[in-house]
Ligand binder design. Structure first.
Ligand SMILES: Nc1ncnc2c1ncn2[C@@H]1O[C@H](COP(=O)(O)OP(=O)(O)OP(=O)(O)O)[C@@H](O)[C@H]1O
Ligand SMILES: [Mg+2]
Length: 429
């Protein structure tokens, strides 16, 4: 039986008549109406000419809200800034397909996530005359994956906690020592100042100041005034440095844990990498020196917390690979972390001078639970997670180069414009 859309209310019929009846033959209309997916037909300018009931369920906009309205203006697509709206506009103009996971605003203002698939409908001459948009509700999936990403990061923070505490303890220790020194110095300086005040008093009173002056000299000697004047500024400086260091660590930790880091947004990737390295310091500092080289990058659309997790996993792997070598040979290895722009991609490179990856290990490293490490040291999830974040969530790639015995290089390539751009299909109409 054909399920026809609700008829227009009488007072709307006159104004909305142009958009009614829907431009579909009966059987197709039946099919489109009974689909659980939200379906809308747009004209070449992006105006909605028809939408099914699934569309109303997902967006809250009924036929009379949608007819003749701009699709992107109506549901206000989001995700990564204005990216999806601009991409839909480009695809409409070029008469081509587009797919992406987007967020949209319901009529009641609530936000929903959906997988958007848009395809042109061509006439006999191959010219796009309309576009069909299919939206599949992905709210639950996106919320679950956001929650999982957040839980994963919190678990990582748990694993890093001892190292981070240690990283904070060191500057706190030297701030403590410096403050102790400053307290003793203040006591000594107070004695000297009091003795000098007596000299001033004697001069003001017109009494011979010689006695007070020699007492002041004795106080200066006892306090070792020269030493105090030389070392007090240094102690203050080291307090400032120590507190800067502690606040950098705490800031990195807060950024890493913040739920906002779980959504696609345009970010300063160098800042993300830098603050991850701050957190990871205790993981590598005993086995390796770190070199960094941050290239100039435009803002990158990515899930900052996830990329931070990837960098962390790569740096921890590098530290382990070096640890295996320096345990036997002594000394320290090197980890080099750099960022660079390569066309429409940002590239993060993590290079180490560790044990390298054997040829028979190499094909398996991205497999979940594949590890060559002892029980308790590795679970084989680091690279599998990194792969799913980079390739799956960001439409990027991870490349590996390794000479066994000499080290390994991991390169993470991220499309600057985020996943939507990475998946933009360029099919002609
Ligand atoms: N930089 C590297 N140098 C040498 N081998 C590496 C390097 N990075 C990864 N590998 C190899 O790849 C394997 C898989 O790495 P992955 O990060 O997925 O797991 P893991 O480090 O073993 O455990 P987890 O990361 O879960 O603690 C490692 O066990 C190791 O054999
Ligand atoms: Mg690992």
């Amino acid at each position: 039986m054909t399920t026809a859309p609700d008829p227009p209310a009488p007072h709307q019929a006159a104004t909305e008549a142009a958009a009614w009846p829907p431009p579909l033959p009966g059987a197709l209309l039946d099919l489109a109406e009974t689909m659980t997916h939200a379906v809308a037909i747009l004209d070449t300018a992006g105006l909605v000419t028809w939408a099914n009931r699934g569309f109303t369920r997902l967006t809250g906009f009924g036929p009379w809200d949608t007819a003749g309205r701009s699709f992107t203006g109506l549901v206000r697509l989001g995700g990564a800034d204005d990216g999806p709206t601009l991409d839909v506009g480009d695809a409409l103009a070029a008469g081509r397909s587009f797919d992406a996971t987007v967020s949209l605003h319901r009529k009641d203002g609530a936000r929903r996530w959906a997988d958007l698939d848009m395809h042109p409908v061509a006439d006999a001459a191959g010219t796009a005359v309309a576009h069909v948009v299919v939206l599949t509700d992905a709210t639950e999936r996106e919320q679950t994956s956001t929650r999982l990403a957040h839980a994963e990061r919190l678990a990582t923070i748990g694993r890093l906690a001892a190292g981070v505490a240690h990283e904070i303890a060191t500057p706190v220790q030297f701030v403590g020592d410096s403050v102790q020194f400053l307290r003793d110095a203040m006591t000594d300086l107070a004695t000297v100042i009091v003795a000098l005040q007596r000299v001033r008093q004697a001069v003001t009173d017109g009494t011979p100041p010689a006695e007070a002056a020699s007492a002041a000299l004795a106080a200066e000697d006892a306090a070792d005034l020269e030493y105090l004047l030389e070392n007090t500024p240094r102690a203050v400086e080291s307090c400032v440095e120590g507190l800067d260091r502690v606040s950098a660590i705490v800031r990195s930790l807060k950024e890493f844990a913040h739920p906002q880091q779980s959504t696609m947004a345009s970010v300063d990737l160098n800042h993300v990498v830098r603050s991850t390295l701050t957190l990871a310091r205790n993981e590598y500092k005993y086995v390796a020196d770190l070199d960094t080289d941050f290239g100039a990058l435009p803002p990158v659309t990515c899930i900052a917390g996830s990329i931070s997790q990837v960098v962390l996993n790569l740096v921890v792997n590098a530290a382990h690979a070096i640890g295996d070598i320096v345990k036997a040979r002594g000394g320290k290895g090197h980890i080099a972390v750099s960022t660079a722009l390569d066309g429409a991609h940002a590239v993060i490179t993590v290079r180490d001078t560790g044990c390298g990856i054997a040829d028979d290990v190499r094909p398996h490293i991205f497999e979940p639970f594949y590890t060559t490490k002892a029980v308790g040291k590795g679970t084989g999830q680091g690279l599998a997670l990194a792969w799913s974040i980079v390739a799956g969530d960001h439409a990027g790639a991870i490349e590996v180069d390794s000479t066994p015995g000499q080290g390994a290089t991991f390169r993470v390539r991220l499309p600057l414009a985020g996943r939507a751009a990475g998946r933009l299909t360029a099919e002609a109409a």
